[in-house]
Design a binder for this molecule. Structure first.
Ligand SMILES: *Cc1c(COP(=O)(O)O)cnc(C)c1O
Length: 433
């Protein structure tokens, strides 16, 4: 598979090039040059199939020829946790993407990307530096995915005091080949710093610098797998034969939604995608007004979605030829307040006995709001984080304590190690150098 830049200013790249460059040389984001539709019978053959089988089949369809025989093992190692589809209420399902090591859906993308890089990086070329800016979950997922991988070091930039305490612990306690860096600023500052570092010739030449943000195609591709998996789980119930599902996607940087739209372009039946945001509503506003106006992010309860300039949205614009009406045919967007988020957590816990984290709750709200328009279609909310990652919010909303899974408890033992810097490239240069 070859990859083109959304800015169209450079020739198509191979998977390897796209993976290690992160950003295309013209500053654009990579997208598959062509989306091969799933062959006849491909989806039908996956009805009711276990996750590993679906992930493996879709991976082969996408990048089989690029990777060859190693692909099977890469998928098996990277995606070795379940992604259950849970029926929460009549016609409303939650696809739990949070059973990986850091309890967030970003494990899917990060672990697949890390293993792909591990497979394609030649250690003789030197140590690979993976630089990642995070608003919370990306950093720990990526750091975890590369932890202990020979020939690789990871530098994680996060906004000081703006990630949840659990997220901060997950980031700062890994040690080993992972360096946690607290930036005196917001997520947007961290993202800008990472961009500046990649644009800096000196840094690029000295370090083999690569990005692991959601702009990396290595993270985007495996997210396609679980949309197909959701379909495969619904199919045996006869639920999707003539009523494709509505997917509600809690969105921040819009990588997750982009993957869903790619799946649809490849032939996955989907009635509609709901782009659910918190108060950071640049995309809902764009779909309403036609004006895409990035701005600084606002802090909310669903902090991993506090993104004021969602970079992946440029991929969506590219996919749809900048045609807002075409996007609106596939995507309905809505923004939800913290007050509503708390209410949804409490409501769903009381009425259905199901605990949601604040990000998933935003997705639930979008599905509720769209229920009238889609009352015959099954609804699938992508559950992006485990409720135990946000115990304060969930406990306050429901009045009940949240049980902490063992692997999270284990991850929170030990001494945190963190370096603090100002949001300037010079400060970052010292760490990288
Ligand atoms: C990153 C993240 C999101 C947003 O996903 P995008 O792909 O950036 O839109 C939602 N929920 C959680 C828990 C996340 O970590």
């Amino acid at each position: 598979m070859r990859f083109v830049s959304t800015r169209g200013g450079v020739p198509p790249a191979s998977l390897r090039e796209a993976l290690f460059r992160g950003l295309a040389p013209d500053g654009g984001l990579y997208l598959p040059e062509r989306l091969e539709r799933f062959p006849e019978g491909f989806l039908a053959g996956l009805r009711g199939a276990p996750w590993e089988q679906t992930a493996s089949a879709v991976a082969r369809h996408l990048v089989g020829p690029d990777i060859g025989d190693a692909l099977e093992q890469i998928v098996a190692d990277a995606l070795d946790f379940p992604l259950p589809l849970v029926a929460v209420s009549d016609g409303a399902y939650v696809l739990e993407l949070f059973h990986g090591p850091t309890l967030a859906f970003k494990d899917v993308g990060a672990r697949f990307m890390a293993r792909l890089m591990g497979h394609l990086h030649d250690p003789a070329e030197g140590t690979l530096t993976v630089l990642v800016a995070t608003s919370g979950d990306t950093g720990s997922a990526v750091a975890h995915a590369f932890l202990g991988m020979p020939g690789v070091r990871t530098v994680v930039l996060f906004p000081e005091g703006r990630v949840s305490p659990v997220q901060e612990q997950q980031l700062t306690m890994l040690g080993g080949n992972v360096r946690a860096v607290a930036v005196d600023g917001a997520f947007d500052d961290c993202q800008r710093l990472a961009k500046e570092a990649f644009a800096d010739r000196d840094l690029r030449e000295r370090d083999l610098l690569t990005s692991a943000n959601s702009i990396n195609v290595g993270r985007l591709l495996p997210q396609i797998f679980y949309y197909v998996h959701a379909w495969a789980q619904l199919a045996p119930e006869g639920l999707v034969a003539d009523r494709p599902a509505v997917f509600s996607v809690p969105s921040g940087n819009f990588g997750n939604l982009t993957a869903g739209l790619l799946a649809k372009a490849m032939g996955l039946p989907a009635a509609r995608f709901l782009a659910a945001t918190n108060a950071n509503d640049v995309v809902p506003r764009y779909l309403e007004t036609g004006r895409f106006e990035p701005r600084s992010s606002r802090s909310t309860l669903s902090s991993a979605m506090d993104v004021g300039d969602p970079s992946n949205f440029r991929r969506i614009l590219y996919l749809y030829g900048d045609d807002r009406e075409r996007i609106r045919a596939d995507v309905a967007a809505s923004a939800h307040t913290d007050v509503a988020t708390r209410r949804a957590i409490a409501d769903v816990a009381r009425r259905h006995g199901y605990l949601m984290d604040p990000h998933t709750a935003v997705g639930w709200l979008a599905l509720e709001e769209a229920a009238d328009a889609h009352h015959h279609a099954p609804g699938v909310v992508l559950a992006t984080a485990h409720p135990a990652k946000f115990p304060d919010v969930v406990e306050e909303a429901t009045g009940r304590p949240v049980a902490v899974p063992d692997r999270l408890a284990r991850a929170l033992e030990g001494e945190p190690r963190v370096t603090r810097i100002s949001p300037r490239l010079e400060a970052l240069r010292e760490i990288l150098g």
